[in-house]
Design a protein around this ligand. Structure first.
Ligand SMILES: NC(=O)c1ccc[n+]([C@@H]2O[C@H](COP(=O)([O-])OP(=O)(O)OC[C@H]3O[C@@H](n4cnc5c(N)ncnc54)[C@H](O)[C@@H]3O)[C@@H](O)[C@H]2O)c1
Ligand SMILES: O=CCCC(=O)O
Length: 489
């Protein structure tokens, strides 16, 4: 059994966090397991639905005073939280790797990335500006104030157990909102560690709440969506669940942020710097072993460079060291669970049965554990194959040859989602034409890794709406009030 040494044992929490209290008791419990070996890491309360109401009430009560705190005060708390995350990077990374399976080096990167949202939003909090407006009536004056929307329900996935929370929480807290967070039950320990650090950072009780459920996830979601005191739902996860939450939120017409699934195309032209394109396509494809929403799903490679690209790409994939995330030699950890492996296998078998060429066979690494999978690379993939129209969310590099720029833009756009896309070329005209033609929320040119707290993050089409991070992120947690004055000159 692999148990990492955690220097700050306070970071491992044993219960939910509601109104400044740690709730460890519950009639039912659920196990959090290490995906590398399926051994139990912890058992946590599988809470009753009534705790959602308790957490919402606490958040609503706290909102009455939190919304009146000065932006500078909120900035100080956020900066404290940023500093605390940095002081605990190694422990937080181990917790992520332990519960999620990703390689420790990637987990460290996630902690720094996650913390950067608290830093960013600590700087945004004091910079929320309204406007003054001269309306049609010359005797009137208008000014706008941006006010926090209220209690926010935050529902997050397992693939970035820390960063998907901080990206939302940073913006919401900067705006003056209070939170009820429901993490994925596979990776709740990182969320609880954040709650502990938020407490240490000085956030008042009731501002940052984390509820836990394993068996009642849909009921918790429904309650958050339908509760009148919750004013916004911010969700990151699959498009299917996003649609459910949006439907459920209709009865109370909540403000929504939806960060949903992707199916990223990477388009590599023959005039690209090939070595760089290979390196960056690998980084995009195999970050988190393919389990990120912005991971390359379709690698469109211009026919003239197809063979060379395949050879170089395959050679690098064969160098990966797949193993337990907590082992220092590991470059790529385990997948989250067997369902994830089943989906990768389904896409591989489907593509091969329809004529795809095997470049790297990959496959299960049962010798390491049930959730390990050696990355696979296929070529001669075409639009009849599932991998082109479904998000694999796993370690399959699917290479699709192309020879026409307009056709490749059309093919890349021919999916229901539109989150991230990538293009590689040294020709600035090609870059402009393709990046403007792609129907995606983010187009990354000549780089495969673009995520940054300063960059607006979000999708179009069925990848959802709302923008996280950047100068836009805080706006999603604010509502505009117009105050109209009649002036008696
Ligand atoms: N756009 C983004 O920023 C982004 C980021 C990360 C992941 N994703 C997407 O998330 C998906 C993978 O994550 P996943 O499999 O955990 O997604 P998921 O939708 O199954 O789960 C996400 C969260 O929703 C919860 N959930 C599931 N069913 C629910 C319901 N009926 N009501 C309320 N909550 C419910 C889960 O417990 C989890 O907390 C992929 O499609 C990926 O692209 C998107
Ligand atoms: O999985 C989605 C989030 C990925 C990122 O923020 O770079």
């Amino acid at each position: 059994m692999t148990v990492p040494t955690i220097n700050n044992p306070n970071l491992i929490r044993k219960g939910a966090y509601i109104n400044g209290e740690w709730i460890t008791e519950a009639a039912k419990r659920f196990d959090v397991t290490d995906p590398a070996n399926e051994q139990k890491i912890a058992d946590l309360p599988d809470q009753d639905l009534s705790v959602v109401d308790e957490a919402i009430d606490a958040a609503a009560e706290a909102f009455k005073t939190f919304k009146k705190t000065t932006p500078r005060q909120r900035a100080t708390w956020l900066r404290n939280l940023y500093n605390l995350m940095n002081e605990n990077v190694e422990d937080l990374a181990k917790i992520i790797s332990w519960e999620n399976g990703k390689a420790l080096s990637e987990a460290r990167g996630e902690v720094k990335y996650a913390a950067s949202y608290f830093e960013w939003f600590s700087e945004e909090a004091p910079r929320i500006y309204g406007k003054t407006i001269q309306p049609g009536n010359p005797a009137n004056r208008v000014f706008t104030v941006y006010q926090p929307v209220g209690v926010c329900g935050i529902i997050t996935p397992w693939n970035f157990p820390s960063a998907m929370i901080t990206r939302k929480a940073g913006a919401a807290l900067a705006a003056g909102c209070t939170l009820v967070i429901k993490p994925d039950s596979q990776t709740p320990l990182s969320a609880l560690a954040l709650a502990y650090l938020a407490e240490q950072a000085g956030f008042p009780k009731g501002v940052f709440n984390v509820v836990l459920t394993h068996t009642q996830t849909p009921a918790f979601g429904l309650r958050l969506c339908e509760h009148k005191k919750v004013k916004k739902i911010s969700f990151t996860g699959s498009t299917n669940v996003g649609k459910i939450l949006m439907n459920q939120s209709a009865s109370t017409l909540k403000k929504l942020s939806m960060e949903l699934g992707g199916n990223a195309p990477v388009i590599i032209f023959k005039d690209a710097d090939l070595d760089k394109a290979v390196e960056q396509a690998l980084a995009s494809k195999f970050r988190g072993l393919g389990q990120t929403c912005v991971c390359a799903n379709r690698l469109y490679v211009e026919k003239d460079i197809l063979e060379e690209f395949e050879t170089k790409f395959a050679a690098e994939v064969k160098k990966f060291v797949v193993g337990p995330g907590l082992d220092s030699a590991t470059t790529h950890g385990s997948l989250i669970n067997e369902r994830a492996i089943a989906k990768v296998e389904e896409h591989i078998e489907d593509a091969i049965s329809k004529g795809a060429k095997v470049v790297v066979r990959g496959g299960k690494r049962s010798d390491l554990g049930p959730n390990f999978y050696e990355p696979a690379v296929l070529s001669n993939v075409d639009s009849s194959m599932k991998v082109t129209y479904e998000e694999t969310f796993g370690p399959l590099g699917a290479i699709i040859p192309f020879d026409d720029v307009d056709q490749v833009i059309e093919d890349a756009n021919n999916v229901d989602v539109g989150l991230a896309a990538y293009v590689f070329s040294k020709n600035i005209n090609t870059i402009y034409k393709v990046s403007e033609g792609l129907e995606f929320g983010m187009v990354s040119c000549n780089t495969g890794v673009f995520s940054d707290s300063a960059t607006p993050f979000g999708g179009v089409k069925e990848s959802g709406f709302g923008r996280e991070g950047s100068y836009l992120g805080v706006l999603d947690y604010l509502v505009v009030k117009s105050v109209i004055h009649s002036v008696d000159f």
